[in-house]
Design a protein around this ligand. Sequence first.
Ligand SMILES: Cc1cc2nc3c(=O)[nH]c(=O)nc-3n(C[C@H](O)[C@H](O)[C@H](O)COP(=O)(O)O)c2cc1C
Length: 193
Amino acid sequence: MLKIGIVLGSVRQGRNAEAVANWTLDFANKRNDADVAYELVDLADYNLPLLGAAVPEAGQAEAEAAIKGWSEKMASFDGYIFIAPEYNHSVGGALKNALDYLKPEVANKAAGMVGYGSLGGTRAHENLRLIFGELQVADVQTAVTFSLMTDFVNMSEFNPADYHGANANTMLDQVIAWSGVLQTVREKNLVNA
Ligand SMILES: Cc1cc2nc3c(=O)[nH]c(=O)nc-3n(C[C@H](O)[C@H](O)[C@H](O)COP(=O)(O)O)c2cc1C
């Protein structure tokens, strides 16, 4: 059984990430992929501190539990789909901070991206590909790119055009294929710490 985590890459109150992540999970589940399980992972559930920042003593146990929980959850998957909106032509700060906690947990695993923004979140995706290179995450070629102008009403009510389904299918096919074969690579322990 391949486990694929669908990671909500925004913690902003009122975020569009929830609707896009739910659409992605629903779309993926409806494919009935054999031996593949999809699961939502919500960054907002972890409340991660900024990496390396001092945490007040009263909150230290909670922060440590959050970091451990995030690390273990991400380690449990064979591949990922990152729900990644564009912030200032780049990946949002919350997702970047969360990724900075990881390395062996995600190495030699596959990732696809679903984005949204004025240009479909594409600049966030290109930025993420640089980060994935360092984390040894194998990002697939096809991404799903929702427009804030045409796939949302008033930039806040998600109403995606049907044609995105073709890219979503290709992206999922690619993530599943690479998630499967990369299991062999992980058995060889090819991770630079
Ligand atoms: C600080 C900030 C910067 C943003 N910069 C961009 C940008 O450079 N390009 C873009 O297409 N959208 C930009 N946006 C719009 C976001 O992509 C949009 O608000 C999106 O819904 C954010 O994801 P979220 O609602 O899941 O948090 C920006 C939004 C914020 C709050």
